[in-house]
Ligand binder design. Structure first.
Ligand code: MTE
Length: 311
């Protein structure tokens, strides 16, 4: 169930059984039971034949090594090298993505169903982490708006909430209370519908490595990296702004919007510049761009809003 900022308490614990049987789902008040008709299996490289996208940056991507060894994925530990060491324990087959909440077409999908259904593109995007480093990643994925359209959000659906898997047996970082699990994220519906917002299933012509959020993760290139939630099991349409993990952990430091903005400092450090991963520890930092350089595609979403207030 999606929690909202106002109704969340630390006593809320998602029962494990809720996460273990993803094939039988009771959705919404209608009592409809969806029993997955699909034969879920791990995605294979041969299923990915992406087309190039005009939204790709012409900047040189980071190496596969950089992208897969310098990660944030707290379900596998808090150090940058922990996900590469520990994420192999995650089994990603079978995997079900449940789409529910305020929509006329709730459904449960396997990842290969989604890949077969929607146009797969390579999107080379800049990723700007809130910790003031950045890299360039050649993601493979599809536009989230296609899945949203098929889900037929209700007229009062204003937000989209996302949740990561909870499976402490395989996700060693979930044995600690560093964050409240599941990891949660959210977007306004119009942000989620923007063509830049993708669900990624691969990178560099490979299926998504576990440490990067296998088998399916969000990528929102104009927002700080923590909005790009990994290993998604649930996507829900809501009327209220959903609770998100970092906002819940420290609302003063991490807002709901979290648009990349060099003019709004994090309370503990500046966001005016960034270290580019792969250029060496002593390389000069580069200036950070508003909306991570994607302003021409997204600035209109925030017209009239004070970005210092809605950080
Ligand atoms: N998603 C989950 N479920 N758990 C996480 O800890 N970390 C976020 C985001 N998605 C995170 C997550 C942060 S802080 C960043 S910067 C990006 O993932 C990093 O993505 P990458 O490791 O693929 O570069």
């Amino acid at each position: 169930m999606v929690k909202f900022k106002s109704e969340y308490t630390s006593a809320d614990v998602t029962p494990k059984s809720h996460w273990l049987n993803r094939r039988k789902l009771i959705i919404g008040g209608s009592g409809a039971i969806l029993v997955g008709p699909y034969a879920s299996r791990a995605l294979e490289r041969s299923q990915l034949s992406p087309t190039a996208s005009p939204y790709s940056t012409d900047q040189e991507p980071n190496s596969f090594e950089d992208i897969t060894t310098y990660n944030n994925f707290y379900e596998f530990g808090t150090k940058k090298g922990d996900p590469a060491k520990n994420a192999h324990m995650l089994t990603t087959d079978p995997w079900t993505v449940t789409v529910d909440g305020l929509c006329d077409n709730p459904a449960a999908y396997s990842v290969d169903e989604l890949v077969a259904k929607y146009p797969i593109e390579e999107r080379i995007y800049r990723l700007r982490c809130v910790e003031a480093w950045s890299m360039v990643v050649p993601w493979i994925g599809f536009e989230l708006n296609k899945l949203i359209e098929d889900s037929q959000p209700a007229s009062n659906a204003s937000f989209v909430a996302f949740e990561t898997l909870v499976r402490p047996e395989e996700m060693v970082g979930q044995r600690s209370g560093f964050l409240e699990w599941p990891y949660r994220e959210g977007l306004r519906l119009d942000e989620a519908m923007n063509p830049l917002t993708i669900l990624s299933v691969g990178l560099y012509s490979e299926v998504l490595p576990n440490q990067n959020g296998a088998p399916i993760r969000l990528v929102v290139p104009w927002k700080y990296g923590f909005k790009s939630i990994k290993s998604i099991v649930r996507i829900s349409f809501t009327e209220e702004m959903p609770l998100t993990s970092w906002w819940d952990q420290n609302p003063r430091e991490y807002g709901f919007y979290s648009n990349v903005n060099p003019n709004v400092s994090h309370p503990r450090w500046s966001q005016a510049s960034e270290r580019v991963i792969g250029t060496g520890l002593f390389a000069k930092k580069v200036p950070t761009q508003l909306f991570n350089g994607y302003g021409e595609h997204v600035a209109h979403l925030y017209e009239g809003m004070d970005l210092a207030e809605y950080y």
